[in-house]
Design a protein around this ligand. Structure first.
Ligand code: T4K
Length: 407
């Protein structure tokens, strides 16, 4: 239990934890089962190129997402690159893609990587989700697609975005990288828009080391995407499309299946952690847990808080340093909006005040099966002490962390 500034590790106190408490610690599932599957892979002598475990993984993901097709891939960034390209849209139909200002850089990078232009749209000030009210004003004759991002598993305003896409004849995709197992109302994330994209990166709720998928109910699109992920080869062996190598290998599928086996218990644990954090952080001035709308299902893989500098008496970046010194490896997801990223300096005048404000406030706290009730008490205690002594921590901390902040 910490009482004053001197108890904080940043100022010489003993760290709250010996071992790091991390955001993004992989959900590996049962090791024995993984190793059994790896033995199966080696016995099969079939390591990649649409192997049996990849097919099994695809079937299970499609079932969770409630869709006909899951096209598994080596990561979600490649999935997005494939979807914005001419091979998915069925021809060149404008070179602009609308993306939210608040997302992981991969969403915008995928667009630029294909030689297209991403157009940044501001977000809702509370949820951080793309604001449909602002999307319409960004549509031009050059617009080809809209990408909504189900940030932290919260679903976008799917009905309104679908209406806008239909009205203007645009492709609608969802970057659902963090949203496997989540829903809009009772409908699982996966079948919305023309297609959605999951990530199975090591840090996601289900991991396949690296991995991703395009999920859709569009038979023709799925066929084209299956070809594109394999150098453009069609089932008849001819190259019918410009393609890439986006295949998910069998070791990745073995981990993906094992991680999927553990999904129900992972989600139950995350949900309990979310409730614990809400109680433990209640009443700390300026620190607010991002509450997920109970109308939709969330896997609670991300425990997000905002830190309001005025009310808390210290900036999110300084709190991050305080926590890291305690071996609490919180993450500033996300510290820069898309138009603030250096490669996109030409977008510097984009107006996205809500995204900018959130970027200065958001903090992801450790959760997941490795984080228990006692850990949450300890983490919340460190936050409470830092905020209770905000001005003092700020004065001392500025000297201690000069030049090392994340922003
Ligand atoms: N769209 C959205 C909305 C996304 O969030 C992402 C990825 C993508 C698209 C692209 O998906 P992929 O192409 O990756 O499939 C991490 C992930 O690398 C990234 O996949 C993820 N979003 C993003 C939100 O988080 P970093 O830069 O924060 O990773 P890093 O290395 O700093 O690790 C984060 C934390 O996880 C640390 O506390 C350490 C811990 N960790 C990490 C790894 C890799 C582990 O404990 N074990 C591990 O193996 O991006």
């Amino acid at each position: 239990m910490k009482h004053g500034t001197q108890d904080l590790a940043l100022f010489g106190g003993p760290p709250a934890f010996v071992e790091d408490r991390r955001v993004g610690r992989p959900n590996q599932g049962d090791r024995r089962r993984f190793l059994d599957r790896m033995n199966q892979v080696l016995d099969n002598e079939w390591l990649s190129n649409m192997g049996p475990l990849m097919h099994e993984f695809e079937a299970r993901v499609a079932e969770i997402a409630g869709v006909r097709h899951c096209v598994s891939l080596c990561n979600a960034t490649v999935a997005l690159q494939m979807l914005v390209g001419d091979e998915a849209t069925g021809g060149a139909i404008g070179d602009e893609v609308i993306v939210p200002a608040l997302t992981f850089p991969a969403t915008a990078h995928a667009v630029r990587w294909r030689g297209l232009r991403h157009v940044v749209c501001d977000v809702d000030p509370v949820t951080g989700l793309i604001d449909p009210d602002r999307v319409e004003a960004l549509i031009t004759p050059r617009t080809r697609a809209i990408i909504g991002v189900h940030l932290w598993g919260q679903p976008c305003d799917v009905p309104r975005l679908e209406k806008i896409a239909e009205k203007y004849g645009l492709r609608l995709y969802f970057d659902a990288a963090p949203a496997l197992g989540c829903s809009y109302g009772d409908t699982p994330v996966g079948g919305f828009g023309d297609a959605e994209v999951f990530s199975f990166h090591a840090t996601k709720v289900v991991n396949s080391f690296e991995g991703g998928a395009i999920v859709t109910d569009d038979d023709a699109l799925a066929d084209r995407m299956r070809a594109v992920r394999n150098f453009g080869f069609s089932p008849d062996g001819r190259v019918g499309h410009v393609g890439t190598n986006g295949k998910l290998n069998e070791a990745a599928a073995a981990m993906g299946l094992t991680s999927l086996d553990a999904l129900p218990e992972t989600v139950a644990h995350n949900r309990a952690n979310y409730e614990r954090y809400r109680v433990a952080l209640a009443g700390i001035p300026g620190v607010r847990v991002l509450e997920y709308d109970e109308q939709h299902r969330n896997t609670h893989h991300y425990l997000m808080v905002t830190v309001d500098r005025e009310a808390a008496g210290l900036h999110r970046d300084l709190l991050l340093h305080v926590l890291r010194a305690e071996h609490i490896l919180a993450q500033p997801y996300f510290a820069q909006a898309m138009h603030q990223l250096q490669p996109y300096a030409e977008d510097a005048q984009v107006e996205a005040p809500h995204a900018e404000a959130l970027c200065g406030q958001l903090l992801a706290l450790p959760t997941g099966p490795a984080v228990g009730a006692d850990d949450i008490e300890t983490i919340s205690d460190a936050i409470r002490v830092a905020v209770a002594h905000g001005p003092e921590v700020t004065a001392l901390g500025q000297a201690r962390t000069a030049g090392t902040t994340d922003r």
